[in-house]
Design a protein around this ligand. Structure first.
Ligand code: SF4
Ligand code: SF4
Length: 180
């Protein structure tokens, strides 16, 4: 091969490569400095799920009906129900994130709008038990709202017991008390 042609061909490739590098140097960057920078997730993103806090009622919306647990295909959810009827709620609610598929079936099954999939996506833990999240981790608003939820449920149950006790009294005795 002609050595001059070979030299020119080599130079052409070198300058072509440098030109490409220069063009990309001034382009908008496609990468970010994670974890120092984070991209916003899509509004439909399904991350970690949370129990909704109801500010008006001062409690979590969850009534412990277990429909979400029944809908879950991987047996992720368990809970402890307290009270019944209008005073029903949960004082414990656990989920094992290690088994969750983020399929949203639990959210769709809930008739009380009590759970939602949040936008959290960093779930790495250093031990297996760390993937089991309890009600204080899952309550929207964290441990403080978990505590307030328990207080509200306790109050509702006391009120229900009082009104039941008043309703159970024999009519004559109640009338005597009211007349006194
Ligand atoms: S998102 Fe799917 S797998 Fe995860 S808890 Fe809900 S139903 Fe179960
Ligand atoms: S989250 Fe919804 S479906 Fe699950 S137990 Fe609570 S109220 Fe029932």
């Amino acid at each position: 091969m002609n050595p001059v042609r070979s030299l020119l061909g080599g130079l052409w490739k070198i300058f072509g490569g440098m030109g490409l590098t220069l063009r990309n140097f001034f382009r908008r960057k496609a990468t970010i400095r994670y974890p120092y920078e984070r991209r916003p997730v899509s509004p439909r993103y399904r991350g970690m799920f949370y129990l909704k806090w109801n500010e008006e009622k001062q409690r979590l919306n969850c009534v412990g009906c277990t429909l979400c647990a029944q809908a879950c295909p991987t047996n992720v959810i368990s809970m402890n129900k307290v009270g019944k009827g209008t005073t029903a709620g949960v004082d414990e609610f656990t989920m094992d994130l290690g088994r969750c598929m983020f399929c949203n079936l639990c959210v769709e099954a809930c008739p009380f709008d009590a759970i939602y999939m949040g936008d959290q996506y960093e779930f790495a833990v250093t031990h297996k038990e760390g993937s089991v999240l309890r009600i204080a981790d899952l309550a929207q608003g964290g441990p403080e709202n978990y505590r307030r939820n328990l207080e509200t449920l306790r109050r509702l149950q006391e009120e229900a017991e009082k009104s039941k006790a008043a309703g159970d009294k024999p009519t004559e005795r109640r009338a005597a008390e009211e007349g006194a």
